[in-house]
Unconditional design. Sequence first.
Length: 356
Amino acid sequence: MKGAWGQGGGRNVKPRRAVGPPYGTKGDKPPTVEDLYLLAVSQAQGSDVTRRVDTQRGCCMRWFALSNVDMIHVRVLVLRTANMRIFGLFSTNTRTMSTDYTCIETYVPQKGVGAIKLNRPAVLNALSLQTMIELVQAFEAYDADPAVRCIVIHGSTRAFAAGADITEMSDATTVNMLERDQFARWERIRTVKTPVIAAVSGFALGGGCELAMLADMIVASDTAQFGQPEINIGVMPGAGGTQRLTRAVGKALAMEIVLTGRSISAQQALQAGLVNRVVPAEFYLQEAFALAGDVASKAPLAARLAKESVLKAFSTTLEGGLEFERKNFYMLFATEDQKEGMSAFVEKRKPEWKGK
């Protein structure tokens, strides 16, 4: 679903109808994104906001019931969305950040959140060298922008990224690959300090799976598929697939995925600990933006140092990690946000973070 939620790089796109079964009541149609917002408002403020709200609320409820969507999840999602819209944290007017890219789009869907959309639909968002160059530029631009406190990367509903662009590597030699040093760009993305969320729907295979694992959290749609099929074309993962996947799901499952080339479903990925949550495909991007909004609402310096400390656990001993954590904890007492946060807690008010 595009338009009102900002997926579209800032263009004014007419809201599309959500995909779902036909209504059971004659004349009912699946709800638009705006209908979902009206439903959220009606649940947050009462059923007599406007006649249109009441009408759309009933239509939405019937559509969700027929779609077998978890209504508890829907209510939580729309209420969170309503609160974000009411308090100005979620805007229907996206702000385009750059028009210089050819393989990606960047935009700001809500306050404090920067979004990157992989935009090569004809090849299922295959990760070409140009795509990786643009991703590095976008990530580093957001990382240097104090107004951006969380980054969301996503593809389309059909594919997050179906892998590397094989046409660029099929005739390469060892010397070509060494000179190209394409994985140096992946390291630059890895070192981004701003928290990153990957919103994954459809295929996340090979380099696509490795790119998703570079994120700090993954929100997956129920259609997502994760895998490392490089073995099927005579090679192996080269951008972290053998290392990050093993750390996320364990040796046994990582071996099976890497050595057979088979993919796993979103639910299997959730059970294995690869993703944070699985939601219906109609809502995966909104859920990722809601999670990003939660992160962006926290003290930015604390969030950056907390991310750094968690990641340290994968590259050091427990003793070294604890020492690193303590130093970061003490360092935050030199910030204005620490004073503000603790004062706000004592005074029972909402803190106002300055990122200083």
